[in-house]
Design a protein around this ligand. Structure first.
Ligand code: G6P
Length: 604
């Protein structure tokens, strides 16, 4: 986690660094800082505990001298979120920012201390600054000293580094966590994620793990830590299609709200060019064995919930599928059937657990597929084939539109694998789903939700329950709710309530029930009656819920338009996201950057 950014070029760097850090803030918000050249030609560092807005106040009208500069936002791993532990860290002429973890930090720290180095912080990063400085004092060569220092280091890092004696030069290194280069006219950017510089350029190059780059304005040379600078080469950029508007809030109050309402566009863009009857998901064609005997999905968080929905679609098409939490899967014996495909789902494409699970499968000879939203992500590079969802950048920490696009892609995937690539009612439903969702979202009346928000906000406990596809929706509804409202919430299979969770039910407890799965509705209604009989309040979300049943098996309802399950899941997911969003806003919480969370978790 943590976000880093660097710039080299003719603009005054501070305004663009601060706005870039604001766009990276989803990656962490414990502290932030910048290092830049002042008009006297030396490096200044400004740091602040807390969010980028605090740093922004400290920076004020300062612009920094044109040349190289770096910035950081931190999600604390080593050391408390204090100013002392905030990046950039300095040692003599060297200043740097870091995303990752240095595993042999203790040994390096002890060695440096015994050699007389005095430490200012508790961070693992500070050892890097001292190590590079020592090499630089020996060699006087900036790039060379970075390479020499880093070969002593074990762990993961994305770094952006400045040197007092080279005011236009920026060195960027990637060993693990993501690092993207943005190539403009006579200027260059590096950042942990594309939205940081999307306003300036759409020409990007993703650093490979093990690569180092020397960046001087528009000139970039890239090599590896073990190759001499003279052999480093200019990178070949690719143009990405993301619209800079995606990285702005526009007229919305929060990114999360904007992204909820962008879900229909995310569906449309994800399905475009892949949904022609007779030619679904053309990317799959070269793969063998086709279709595979079975699928194993690995993922974390919201992506895991999308995978659970994916399993339902696959099973409905007769394709055996299992779903595993990546952090568990990677430490269990790999006993899946020969020839299976292992599919990692990750919005960011950088989640360490998901990448680790896929690596294990690859080493054991399984074909690996990735489903990611970020072009050039590690998942894209490290899987045999990566299917990109096209939700556009997602900034709010709580995932919304990316979930929709993952689910749409999995629906399409199930049709493609099962050979149902000509007119079926599922394909027809999927084709219409972006438009149906758009119409539904446009009709959302905020006032309609006021009463629901008050009820949920004042509930002692909110439980989410559903059967069939409504079960993953319930899990996702509960995750959204706890992530941003900080109220306890859990999701259950409807039929499981009676085996324990029902003990929690009493007046003041609310059950939210997505009810898209018509085939299981009567069963779910029985479960909900049992809740009401014990004083629980039931909020049902579905279509064709009769008004006459109010007070019998439900207390309040949110109506969805009549339609097939393959459209209903998107509408229900949007309702669940919107409800949590509204409750979190009513509670005055920081919706886009909920406490303790980071959007992309690049540590185990
Ligand atoms: C973090 C985020 C979750 C997200 C999960 C997986 O924990 O807080 O919202 O669902 O990572 O992220 P991924 O990028 O792999 O989908």
């Amino acid at each position: 986690m943590c976000g880093i950014m660097g710039y080299s070029g003719p603009r005054p760097p501070l305004p663009l660094l601060v706005s870039g850090l604001e766009r990276l803030e989803y990656r962490g918000y414990d502290s932030s800082g910048v290092a830049f050249f002042n008009d006297r030609g030396s490096i200044d560092v400004l740091r602040a505990a807390g969010k980028v807005s605090i740093l922004k106040e400290r920076v004020g009208l300062l612009e920094g001298h044109p040349g190289a500069a770096i910035g950081h936002i931190r999600w604390a791993t080593h050391g408390a979120p204090t100013v002392e532990n905030a990046h950039p860290h300095r040692s003599g002429p060297i200043a740097l920012v870091h995303n990752g973890i240095i595993e042999n930090e203790q040994a390096l720290r002890e060695r440096l201390k015994s050699e007389g180095v005095h430490f200012q912080s508790e961070t693992d990063t500070e050892v890097l600054a001292h190590l590079i400085r020592r090499e630089y004092e020996r060699t006087g060569e900036f790039a060379d000293s970075v390479s020499k220092a880093l070969v002593q280091v074990e762990g993961s890092y994305a770094l952006a580094i400045l040197c007092q004696d080279a005011p236009a030069d920026l060195i960027a290194v990637r060993q693990g966590p993501p690092l993207i280069l943005g190539m403009g006219e006579g200027e260059s950017f590096v950042a942990s994620d594309i939205p940081a510089f999307l306003h300036f350029t759409r020409q990007v190059y993703s650093f490979q793990s093990g690569e180092i780059g020397l960046i001087r304005h528009g000139e970039v040379r890239i090599g590896t830590l073990s190759t001499p600078l003279s052999s480093w080469k200019s990178p070949v950029a690719r143009t990405i299609s993301w619209d800079p508007f995606f990285a702005e809030k526009g007229s919305y109050r929060h990114f999360m709200e904007k992204e909820i309402f962008e879900s229909s566009r995310a569906l449309m863009d994800t399905l475009a060019d892949r949904i022609a009857p007779g030619n679904l998901l053309p990317e799959l064609l070269p793969l063998a064995p086709f279709p595979p005997p079975s699928l194993t999905f690995v993922a974390c968080g919201t992506s895991w919930h999308a995978a659970l929905l994916g399993r339902s679609f696959m099973e409905s098409m007769g394709i055996p599928s299992t779903v595993e939490i990546a952090s568990e899967f990677r430490y269990r014996p790999l006993l899946i059937p020969k020839g299976s495909w292992v599919i990692g789902i990750s919005q960011s494409g950088e989640t360490a657990d998901t990448l680790g699970a896929l690596e294990l499968a690859r080493k054991e000879g399984f074909r690996t597929l990735g489903i990611s939203n970020v072009p050039g992500s590690s998942l894209e590079r490290e899987s045999d084939l990566c299917l990109l969802t096209h939700a556009g950048p997602e900034v709010g920490v709580a995932s919304t539109k990316a979930f929709h696009s993952q689910v749409a892609l999995l629906m399409l995937f199930s049709l493609a694998l099962s050979g149902r690539n000509h007119e079926t009612h599922e394909l027809a439903a999927l084709t219409r789903s972006p438009h149906r969702l758009e119409t539904f979202l446009e009709a959302i009346s905020p006032e309609r939700y006021d009463q629901v928000v008050e009820r949920l906000r004042h509930s002692r406990l909110v439980m989410f329950a559903g059967r069939g596809v409504d079960y993953p929706l319930a899990l996702e509804g509960a995750l959204k709710f706890k992530e941003i409202t900080y109220h306890p919430a859990d999701g259950y299979p409807g039929g499981e309530l009676k085996h324990g969770p029902i003990a929690l039910v009493e007046p003041g407890v609310t059950i939210v029930a997505p009810m898209v799965e018509i085939g299981l509705r009567q069963k779910e209604i029985s479960n909900l009656r049992e809740i009401r009989a014990r004083g629980g309040y039931v909020l049902a979300i579905g279509h064709s819920i009769e008004e006459s049943q109010r007070g019998i098996w439900y207390d309040d309802k949110i109506d969805l338009p009549d339609g097939p399950v393959w459209s209903g899941v998107f509408q229900a997911a949007s309702v669940l996201q919107y409800v949590s969003y509204r409750v979190a806003v009513a509670l005055g919480n920081d919706v886009d950057q909920p406490r303790n969370l980071a959007k992309s978790v690049t540590v185990e």
